[in-house]
Design a protein around this ligand. Sequence first.
Ligand code: RM4
Ligand code: MN
Ligand code: MN
Length: 425
Amino acid sequence: MARPYNPRQARVNRPNSTFETQQIEGRFVNVSRMVQTPPMDESSALSRLRDLEIETPSWGYGNSGTRFHVYPWPGAARTVHERIADAGLVHRLTGCCPAVALHIPWDAVDDYPALQRYAQEQGIRIGAINPNLFGSDEYRLGSICHPDAAIRERAIEHCRECIQIAEQVGSTVISLWLADGTNYPGQDDLRDRHARLLHGLGEVYASLPPGMRLLVEYKFFEPGFYSTDLPDWGTAALACRRLGEQAQVLVDTGHHPQGTNVEQIVAVLLAEGLLGGFHFNNRKYADDDLIVGSIDPFELFRIMREIAHGGGAENIAFMIDQSHNIEGKIDAMLQSVMNIQTAYAKALLVDEQRLAEAQAEGDVLGAHRIVLEAFESDVRPLLARLRREVGVDEDPVAAFRSGGFADALARERGTASVESAYERL
Ligand code: RM4
Ligand code: MN
Ligand code: MN
């Protein structure tokens, strides 16, 4: 039997919604972003592309591997200074990566202002500071959700230390991912863990200076295989709502179960003013941290379409979070950066006017074709023009490959041998 007709439900989010429903919606969502915009011309697309800044991760420049083996890469960065230097090279080759994210204590130094000066010498700045709440024996049962209050306090203290580091290097973003979780049903009390989570995040939030944001990252599994304490965007959003305006959600594109509609999460977080930033990478099965857009470029396009369409991109931190097991680090980072630009350029070409009309007319496949048209456009000439205008090579990967950089780094740094956790036993 057909469900009874509910006029309010039928009107929600339709262009002809009544004043009453608009008011109800307006309390929660930013209705102004629904205003139609004309199709974008090339120079507007270029200026939006020029504004797109991508932050690369220090940990993406070093050797990394799986639990089976770490294959060393000739010339891979070994120290924080080498990681920053590589991020600087990526910026020189692409013209759009002016910041590098740090992971503490992986990138810990004694003198942070000196490290910031070093980054400046490399032509970049230090971006998000990532507290590391998993790389120490005491975190076996969690960090800020640990059953022992003394460990929880140490974890919170580490976050406070990271806030101070951020202040010293002039960064305005703390990017927090918790490895907290459990492996077996019954291992710990889920509601108690949630309470500890909110308390711990509250303590960290209270230490933020004005103007600094706390980006809360979620992940549905790993290293916890039964539960993680921040498993999804909903839990992260609930926490951020409680914390206040300086807390926003960080979407790592590899942190969802198979088949999740990531662009819809992005759309809702944008509408709610809760999208703080991204960790871009690509996945096939798990948290694979592969090159952005390498497995599913259409998903990347759909995500960037929400950014292009929604506006407000200036407040979003576009960060890469990937690690490379069998490939060259800098080459991989360049390919990720270029893939993000490609997806964004295509997303900017969606004919919003025609799409809104097709949607209003209920032209299901007409609307779909308009989105596909943009995805199928060849944006290489547009990106070549962008790169010429910012003074870099039209193909940064080709420039890296032919520029002798890899050989020079391999000569200078050699090939470090790295052992995996198993091999150390
Ligand atoms: C996690 C998560 C974090 C990253 C670590 C290294 O899976 O994505 O953002 O800092 O890996
Ligand atoms: Mn991440
Ligand atoms: Mn991850």
